[in-house]
Design a protein around this ligand. Sequence first.
Ligand SMILES: NC(=O)c1ccc[n+]([C@@H]2O[C@H](COP(=O)([O-])OP(=O)(O)OC[C@H]3O[C@@H](n4cnc5c(N)ncnc54)[C@H](OP(=O)(O)O)[C@@H]3O)[C@@H](O)[C@H]2O)c1
Length: 299
Amino acid sequence: MGIMPCRFRSVYIAQARDYRPGGSKDAGAMEETKMQELRHDRASRPLESRTALVTGSSRGIGEATARALDEAGARVILTGRTVPDLDRVAAGLGNEPIIIPADLSEAGAGTRLAEAAISRAGGVDVLVNNAGFPIRGAPEELAEADLDRILAINVRSLLMLAAGLGPTMIERGRGSIINVSSVASLRGPIGRVAYTATKGAIDAMTRALAADWGPKGIRVNAVNPGIIRTAMFESRQEDMTAVAQAMARRVALGRLGEPRDVADVIVFLASDAAGYITGETISVDGGMVHAMTAHEGSG
Ligand SMILES: NC(=O)c1ccc[n+]([C@@H]2O[C@H](COP(=O)([O-])OP(=O)(O)OC[C@H]3O[C@@H](n4cnc5c(N)ncnc54)[C@H](OP(=O)(O)O)[C@@H]3O)[C@@H](O)[C@H]2O)c1
């Protein structure tokens, strides 16, 4: 069942008290407080008793997502290559996180990670396919080995991990998969043809998986971040202050995104509040793509 917005919840509670026939006022007040606490728990911890696996959770958007899912009540499986970073993230989580190191560029890595998650946690309710990396350069300079590597991480491992974990979700009759794509897939950014191809593939796979698994109770959606302040963004430019200011001017909301901006949308998509949303790609870009279109003119 979806989470009732607070506004309506408090109206309901007030009515329940006003119309209670007889009974002591104190007992009624206590019962009401309990009800409020229960509803608050459900609202603030919508993923209580769920298990979520987040790829690329050693830093950036994945780390913020792991923290947000943990706050929402989920037990989180952290994965990436850098074990000290995974340890650092795990130390900040409260729901007995599990660490499964994995290099998703390796053949068979998605399948092995799924098997390890099933063996350690009995499967997952939520899968966040976040790990990814960009390559930049002119199309005519693209090396096949680089293309193979970006396809392996951004596309192959994502699909094989979903394929490996899907059956455990089907058994439970519910599941939510959230793929981290990019607004690059909606535009044609210069010098990023291979990255854009992988993100376009993620959007397409999101729709196809949603159609395959919707009848089995699994929702599949994607988030398309705009410019988010993570290591991936910071590493690419030298004078970050000037670049960040110039980029922020292209964003309708006037600022670059923070990892938590994306994480909060992922938690929503993972929760029952998004129970009637599947096959969607949701931009989390502060209105950047629309603002660019407006400046360029649409006619
Ligand atoms: N930041 C942005 O502006 C932006 C915009 C649009 C989309 N995105 C997308 O958002 C996702 C996260 O980006 P981010 O900015 O948070 O990047 P980030 O800070 O560079 O983090 C990338 C994560 O992916 C993991 N990873 C990279 N290669 C891996 C491999 N071979 N095997 C396993 N894990 C690997 C990294 O962990 P280890 O290094 O420990 O392996 C790290 O946890 C990516 O899919 C990216 O394309 C980001």
